[in-house]
Design a protein. Structure first.
Length: 425
């Protein structure tokens, strides 16, 4: 069969790499894909943007694509899977209606409240004056969130009222996220340790992947502004086997049941961003897709073929399926352009990827790379996901950093503490 992966980041390189290993798959197309995907066996990139729904549909029909997997949130929220389904193309990913779970924080907060899915207390405002009046009454730390998609940057975790007012002003007055900030959620600030919980779902059954943990802030010890994610590891020991069961029972199953009850059945990867405290999960956010960079360590240590799981989900037959995992831990360190998540330079020549992979049990996934003549160069904020596995989290961390040390470009930046929380447990 022929699979199409929509998107161009590290997650999409990882998905394409994983699908290409399936005996069921003859060819993987990626749109637009990236330089890393071009270099994979069985893979080919097509120069179509992830938001070009009409172009993607035409190409998928012309290429006789058997299955499409959509990587990023924006095309899901914009309804790419609806366009594909209308054209009788098989696609793994939620409808626009179900993708509101990521596309609108107000929708999701109200859904969680109605169906008693554990989450932070909140208020919703579509008026700046009312929101700032409310902020003048609060004493505790709060989180101010733009309702719509903001590339992971629409959330302000505020230590005091001044910070909260600054966040609110940025969203509603300065409109830095445009219409995504027409409405805000102001919510209780939760304490604890974060974990990512991702599952395959057909809207009735949930087949969870292993647990993982992201590292959102740019600097070590979770300092500095949030990014798309600076590294991840799997499994995350904060998610004990008991907690795993609890998350499935109290978060994942109730959420897909709630969406079905609301007339928006969910098909695709469902990602719950959780705060764990005293062995109990609360939902920080849902994503309507695989995580990035969580995909890198997760799929690197997933032994089962992912394609039969996706096909079973499309047929509504996930029940009874399971996933086999490599007993080794996997760690992904994201190497970024100096300056990211602010402004940064592109076009810096990259060296050392082959030497890094020659260490064994190392895979370097591309996120923001390009070609300048025959040279591999930087072309984005997050450039590479250097992913390693080994028995024990300490050994996996050491191997990932040994690999990073072999890779060079001018002004490369990466965190030195990926996986430390797992090691400290
Ligand atoms: P979100 O896009 O909602 O996941 O928010 C991005 C990040 O902000 C999360 O990964 C958390 O680190 C943080 N965050 C979001 N909501 C809360 C909350 N209610 N309490 C504490 N931190 C939060
Ligand atoms: N790593 C966080 C995300 O994919 O949104």
């Amino acid at each position: 069969m022929k699979i199409l992966v929509v998107g161009s980041g590290g997650r999409e390189h990882t998905l394409a790499w994983k699908f290409a290993q399936s005996d069921l798959v003859d060819e993987v197309l990626a749109a637009p894909g990236n330089v890393g995907i071009v270099g994979e066996p069985k893979c080919r990139c097509v120069a179509l943007s992830a938001d070009d729904a009409a172009g993607l549909k035409k190409m998928a029909l012309g290429e006789k694509i058997d299955l499409t997997v959509v990587g990023p949130e924006a095309p899901l929220v914009a309804g790419l899977t609806d366009t594909f389904r209308d054209a009788r193309l098989r696609v793994f990913g939620p409808s626009a209606k179900a993708a509101q779970l990521e596309g609108s924080k107000v929708f999701t907060k109200r859904l969680m409240k109605k169906y008693r899915i554990p989450s932070a207390e909140f208020e919703v405002f579509d008026d700046f004056a009312a929101a700032s009046d409310y902020l003048s009454t609060i004493r505790d730390r709060v989180v101010v969130k733009a309702d719509g998609l903001a590339a992971g940057k629409g959330v302000f975790v505020c230590c005091n009222r001044d910070e909260a007012m600054q966040g609110l002003t940025a969203i509603m007055k300065d409109r830095v996220f445009g219409d995504a900030g027409n409405t805000v959620v102001i919510e209780e600030c939760l304490e604890g340790e974060e974990a990512s919980f991702i599952a395959f779902t057909d809207g009735r059954e949930v087949i969870p992947l292993a647990s993982s943990q992201d590292h959102k802030p740019i600097f070590d010890n979770d300092q500095g502004p949030n990014t798309g994610g600076m590294g991840a590891y799997s499994p995350a020991p904060v998610v004990t086997p008991e907690l795993h069961e609890l998350i499935v029972r109290d978060v994942m199953i109730p959420t897909i049941a709630a969406l079905e009850a609301e007339g928006a059945p969910y098909l695709g990867f469902l990602y719950a961003g959780l705060m764990i405290k005293d062995g109990r999960p609360k939902v920080l956010e849902f994503n309507a897709r695989m995580g990035d960079p969580e995909a890198q360590p997760l799929l690197f240590r997933m032994k089962s073929d992912a394609v039969p799981l996706i096909l079973a989900a499309l047929d509504g037959k996930l029940a009874g399926m399971s996933i086999e995992w490599d007993p080794e831990d996997a760690v992904c360190v994201v190497m970024a352009s100096g300056g990211y998540p602010g402004s940064y330079e592109k076009g810096k020549p990259i060296s050392g990827i082959e030497a890094a992979e020659a260490l064994g049990n190392v895979k370097v996934f591309h996120a923001g790379t390009g070609r300048n003549d025959s040279n591999l160069v930087t072309a984005g904020g997050r450039v590479l996901g250097v992913t390693a596995k080994a028995l024990g989290i300490g050994a996996a961390i050491d191997r990932a950093y040994e690999a990073c040390a072999k890779i060079h470009w001018e002004n490369a930046h990466y965190r030195k503490d990926i996986g430390k929380k797992a090691l400290n447990r």
